[in-house]
Write a protein that binds this ligand. Structure first.
Ligand SMILES: [Zn+2]
Length: 505
């Protein structure tokens, strides 16, 4: 007797359909699973056998062999449990083989037969649908998320017994019927914040707007309490909503990371991630045991990654950022193979001006040596800062301003129209934002007269060729914000001031 059904395993965000086949032989009782890595084997066997027994169903008193194919796919976790159990029940004629074979099954089994939620249901269900499967049984706790995928009939399952009854095993009884809820995790909350709450700080607000309009990475340096974090948190409030493709990818990442609130639908607000410098490399970059999980840099995909006190991050973590900054993805190497996750984020770095934080104004309250100050900033390596187009100083505000500050919606409208200008100009190129264009494009399209200041600065050895590219990139964004056709010498001069960290060594 043979029973068949399907499951889905994920490699990064890509779901692969797995054929699950159970065979019941005539030899002595035993239970073998083929196609799972060694460590998962015994655990899956124990869970499946206990869950079937806990559901009042008979375990076949003969040789049971389950094959998961293709065997070459790396599989981890327990999301294939439900499919294995259903295939065994179909092979022993406990459930209807046709119904078992029609749907894909996702879910981990508890020993009591309850179906436990799994990570990554959204990308897994999408993959099943893409392979022509229109019915997917998922853990009850994941049903809302599964329904975000169009064109699929979602079958929520709280217990194995309940599903077995639906497939014709009328005598199946669950020992425990309380559905397993999703683990409560702190979501990457979109706080209700607005730029109007930031008083004063005209220069920093302007830098934030320029960063949003051109997609430029930003470094803010200034003493603690100057408002760097407050500003960074409000960057997503002036960025446009995510377009469909980014929304689907970002939602899939958060599904896998366990940080999705499916009642909100697809993620449309750009995510904001602010890992602490003491967090593990795996938490920031991605990783963990078994198959690598996405980290903060992937959860920030299509949104903002904010590193507060950036020089305090381990050098290894800062170096790892270069790959996603260049390629928009991170490749995590594990014994089972490499896992790729999207990680195209807008980087915002904040730094104190020195280790004690008081090197601003006259600098008299700072007791750091000039070597200590230099070393502190030196931790942000040249190759990393090379990619940060905007570098500004944020100093504490003196006295309250009488003028009410501009609201996010007003700034967001200017950002959107500047982005539209850039996208129209860059149509037919691989780029949509000024931060993405190549040095060659900049040198070809920026008028020589406008860029004169840059060329002089290069000749005088004040800036490098990369520095010149950065200034021209930002100048194009300044032009877009003014609805100008191309940057003028003024724009280039302004762009150069948006990269001088006054006060910092
Ligand atoms: Zn100091």
């Amino acid at each position: 007797m043979i029973g068949r059904t399907s499951a889905v395993v994920l490699a990064g965000l890509t779901g692969h359909l797995v054929d699950v086949e159970a065979h019941i032989g005539s030899s002595l009782p035993g239970f073998t699973i083929v196609g799972l890595p060694d460590t998962s084997l015994s655990e899956a066997r124990d869970r499946v056998r206990a869950a079937i027994a806990s559901s009042g169903l008979d375990w076949p008193q003969r040789r049971v062999t389950v094959n998961l194919s293709p065997a070459s796919l790396p599989k981890s976790g327990a999301s294939t449990d439900l499919a294995i159990a259903i295939a065994v029940l179909a092979a022993s004629s406990s459930v209807d083989a046709h119904q078992a074979g029609r749907a894909a099954h996702l879910g981990e089994l508890g020993l009591d037969g309850r179906v436990r939620p799994v990570a990554g249901v959204l990308p897994a269900v999408s993959a099943a649908v893409a392979r022509g499967i229109d019915r997917v049984a998922v853990p009850a706790a994941n049903a809302e998320e599964a329904r975000l995928v169009p064109g699929v009939q979602v079958v929520p399952v709280a217990t194995l017994a309940e599903l077995a009854r639906a497939y014709g095993a009328m005598h199946a009884v669950a020992t425990s019927t309380t559905p397993v809820a999703l683990p409560v995790r702190p979501l990457a909350l979109v706080e209700d914040v607005d730029l109007s709450e930031v008083q004063g700080q005209e220069e920093a607000r302007w830098a934030l707007e320029v960063a949003a309009a051109g997609g430029h990475h930003l470094l803010m340096s200034g003493p603690p309490g100057a408002g760097k974090t407050m500003l960074a948190r409000r960057l997503t409030t002036i960025l446009p909503d995510l377009a469909d493709e980014d929304a689907v990818t970002a939602t899939g990442i958060h599904s896998l990371a366990g940080t999705l609130d499916p009642s909100e639908g697809l993620l449309r607000t750009p995510p904001f991630e602010a890992p602490h410098h003491s967090a593990s490399a795996a938490a920031i970059v991605g990783g963990g045991s078994g198959l690598a999980r996405p980290g903060a840099i992937s959860r920030a995909h299509a949104g903002v990654l904010f590193l507060d006190e950036a020089p305090e991050f381990p050098a290894r973590v800062l170096q790892t950022l270069r790959q996603p900054l260049e390629h928009g993805e991170i490749v995590l190497h594990r014994a089972q193979g490499a896992t790729r996750y999207p990680a195209r984020f807008q980087l915002v770095l904040a730094a104190n001006p020195c280790p004690c934080g008081q090197y601003f104004g006259t600098g008299e309250r700072c007791d750091c040596s000039s070597i200590a100050r230099r070393r502190y900033f030196g931790r942000l390596s040249g190759p990393l800062l090379d990619r940060v187009d905007l570098q500004v100083t944020v100093n504490p505000v003196r006295g309250a301003s009488a003028e009410p500050a501009e609201a996010s919606a007003t700034v967001a409208a200017r950002v959107a129209s500047a982005r539209a200008r850039a996208a129209a100009r860059l149509a037919g190129t691989p780029w949509r934002l000024n931060s993405q264009v190549s040095g060659a494009w900049l040198r070809r399209h920026t008028h020589r007269d406008a860029a004169q200041l840059v060329w002089q600065a290069i000749e005088q050895g004040v800036i490098t060729a990369r520095g010149a590219d950065r200034a021209m990139r930002v100048a194009w964004t300044l032009a877009d914000l003014e609805s100008a056709a191309a940057p003028t010498a003024d724009h280039v001069a302004q762009a150069m001031t948006l990269r001088s960290r006054g006060g910092a060594p």
